[in-house]
Ligand binder design. Structure first.
Ligand SMILES: [Zn+2]
Length: 286
């Protein structure tokens, strides 16, 4: 009897997991995509963090040529480091407008790219709000809302095992937007280091023919294409690295060869919930 009761409980908890259709780190965390959540097969979601930068328009050129749409998580204060009075949204305003016009999705990667794990609720909110405020100010009529959020470093959802941090940050993000993480195995590792020949801005330091640069491109390519088996994947890239834009066409071509199609965070909500992120955000579904 005891065995059948525990089996019944196991069944109930399994049934709950299946029907709730959510693998959120904690119940109060916003809906979205987290590691382990369902994804449509043979679908690749290309995501780019930390931009815009000098390399973003090159990334857009590749995506246009390949007829692929992607999702960009933008950060106002990432660049330029030399002049804090400027901001990336102002500097690359035209690139951001182009991004929108070419059908890509723009999400919030916070103002200053700080790790949420040790931050208070007020500071987390401030990081998101400041970024969106500046984005709207610089983009004006082209802006719209930043309904998608990607926490810097994926923290604490990918980075830490602390349930307390996940709960605290999850609660702070509630009502701020939808969260779009990446598939842990599909971190391109492009932001792991700066190798010889690459830098965050155009100039004499850039040398795509350098051996280190080529080796890094190979590493990025192999780390991604060696793990594809037809499963749905959310890939993490950074449009602040020139290696990324150089290797991107090869990755897209290989994924196409394997029968993959490409989608955005917005396509994801339509696939999973049959609604846009704006609709879901306004409903505040739980
Ligand atoms: Zn980042």
């Amino acid at each position: 009897m005891r065995t059948s009761l525990s089996l019944f409980c196991l069944f109930l908890s399994f049934a709950y997991c299946q029907t709730s259709d959510q693998i959120r780190p904690v119940p109060d965390t916003p809906i979205g995509y987290y590691e382990g959540d369902p994804l449509p097969p043979k679908t690749a979601y290309l995501t780019f963090d930390d931009g815009p930068s000098d390399w973003t328009s090159d990334v857009l050129d590749v995506l246009k040529k390949e007829n692929v749409r992607a999702t960009f998580f933008v950060c106002a204060a990432w660049l330029p480091k030399t002049n804090r009075r400027e901001n990336s949204f102002k500097k690359y305003r035209n690139t951001l407008i182009r991004m929108k016009e070419e059908g890509h999705i723009i999400g919030n990667h916070t103002f200053g790219h700080r790790n949420f794990e040790q931050m208070s609720r007020a500071k987390i909110e401030n990081q998101l709000e400041e970024n969106e405020k500046l984005y709207k100010k610089e983009l004006g009529e082209y802006s719209g809302n930043l309904t998608w959020i990607r926490p810097p470093f994926g923290s604490p959802f990918i980075r830490t095992r602390s349930e307390t941090s996940k709960k605290r940050v999850g609660e702070a993000l509630q009502g701020k937007g939808l969260v779009f993480m990446w598939t842990k195995e599909f971190d391109s590792t492009d932001s792991k280091e700066w190798v010889r020949g690459e830098w965050y801005e155009k100039g004499p330091r850039i040398d795509p023919e350098n051996q280190s640069f080529r080796r890094k491109m190979d590493r990025i390519y192999n780390s991604l294409v060696s793990k594809t088996e037809g499963q749905g994947i959310v890939i993490l890239f950074h449009d602040t690295h020139p290696t990324t834009k150089e290797v991107l066409p090869f990755i897209i071509e290989k994924l196409k060869e394997e029968g993959y199609t490409f989608a955005t965070a917005e396509d994801y909500t339509k696939w999973r919930w049959g609604k846009t992120s704006e609709e879901l955000f306004e409903e505040g579904i739980d």
